[in-house]
Write a protein that binds this ligand. Sequence first.
Ligand SMILES: Nc1ncnc2c1ncn2[C@@H]1O[C@H](COP(=O)(O)OP(=O)(O)OP(=O)(O)O)[C@@H](O)[C@H]1O
Ligand SMILES: [Mg+2]
Length: 186
Amino acid sequence: MIISVINKKGGVGKTPFAFSIAKDLGYFLQSNDNSIIEQIYPQKAKILLTPKKIDNCVYDFGGFVEKGILEIVKESDYIIVPCTSDYNSLLRTLETLNEIGNSNKVCILVTDYRDDKEKNQICETLDSNFTDLNLFFFKFSKIIRNSTSSGASFTELYNENNLSRLSYTNFFNEYQKLLSFITKEK
Ligand SMILES: Nc1ncnc2c1ncn2[C@@H]1O[C@H](COP(=O)(O)OP(=O)(O)OP(=O)(O)O)[C@@H](O)[C@H]1O
Ligand SMILES: [Mg+2]
């Protein structure tokens, strides 16, 4: 199985989600964008200008969508698109969705919002442009930064102790839904 995490917009959480999903599934991780992944996920993570298509791999695609990348995206079993609430992120997300095309393989992560107002704004913009989107909701959480700074996946961070289980409950429940969605039999 291959999974692409993509959005032309930077700073939406592509790397933390790609890293965590890869680690939790025991998959390889490749990226065309500079980040900490090779240090926090040694042996399994590689940064390559032109990523190679291999099985059991999560791709963290930042920046420009060039031909080789679009090919891997098109052949992915699932395409994960994180989107934050700022105007620029929404515009870039719509551009990204137009390029890759919406299908049942695409999962939009509505993420990094602080309240329902922000959440609804994102949903309204997405829904007015596309129908039948698979949406997952990740309210702002420190788990995102903690994951790439500690090298622990979201599951590992959640399971650290009682306090982390309490703090990360909502985020983790939604993350489990996402994991079940992408690992279910087709
Ligand atoms: N639920 C969330 N809670 C907190 N931060 C979040 C959440 N979802 C997304 N983020 C964003 O994740 C960012 C950190 O991820 P990072 O900057 O590595 O994303 P990226 O999309 O990989 O960026 P780049 O394209 O620059 O590599 C934070 O700046 C924050 O805005
Ligand atoms: Mg990144």
